[in-house]
Design a protein around this ligand. Sequence first.
Ligand SMILES: C[S@@+](CC[C@H](N)C(=O)[O-])C[C@H]1O[C@@H](n2cnc3c(N)ncnc32)[C@H](O)[C@@H]1O
Length: 203
Amino acid sequence: MKHVLTRMVQWSQELLAEVVQSGDLVVDLTAGTGQDTLTLFQMVGEQGQVVGFDIQPQALLATRERMVAAGALVRLQQQNIQPLRCEPGIDLLQMSHAEFSGVMPASPKGIIANLGYLPGGSQDLVTRPETTVSALEQGCSLLAKGGRMAVVVYPGHPGGAEEGEAVNHLFAGVEDPGFQVLRLDVCNRPEAPFLFVVEKKTD
Ligand SMILES: C[S@@+](CC[C@H](N)C(=O)[O-])C[C@H]1O[C@@H](n2cnc3c(N)ncnc32)[C@H](O)[C@@H]1O
């Protein structure tokens, strides 16, 4: 199928799919309505494990509904969140991604972060530079070798451009040769979403 050139979410998913395999552990740092969580589940299958984070209960409930409809086994934690074990299924956690590495059971092969606000939800509950940068730093540390982390930035909403600058600053400053970072943007549309993909090299 022909790719719509400027659709960053589609690119993010395709570039993750190149390295994520059946049975892998993967993370959705911003579960939202669960579309990315579902795509990750389709990559790892029933033997894999998808961990999804969001701060909004309605986001996690929507994601749970989508995943149950897809036939997935879903575990939802909203309070007193316990560190996870490696086990097949979908873990949905109501907590900030700024602390996500503390609950992860192992190194994920793929991480996705689709920044911004919940589609149809409040624009006050938007991802923010400090917590986003913290989560992405943890993602770089935790990522499995050969793994990738995809981040879609939306500069068009209030605060979005600043968040994009913070993410760009973080990734442009990665000097460790063990990482390569791609940035993909629509150069004739400055307000359009843009994408970063970080890969942790195998050696
Ligand atoms: C653009 S939406 C995600 C879209 C989603 N991936 C999908 O497929 O529908 C961004 C989400 O990030 C969530 N969010 C904002 N700050 C967060 C934080 N600190 N930790 C985790 N999630 C956060 C919002 O509640 C919102 O649901």
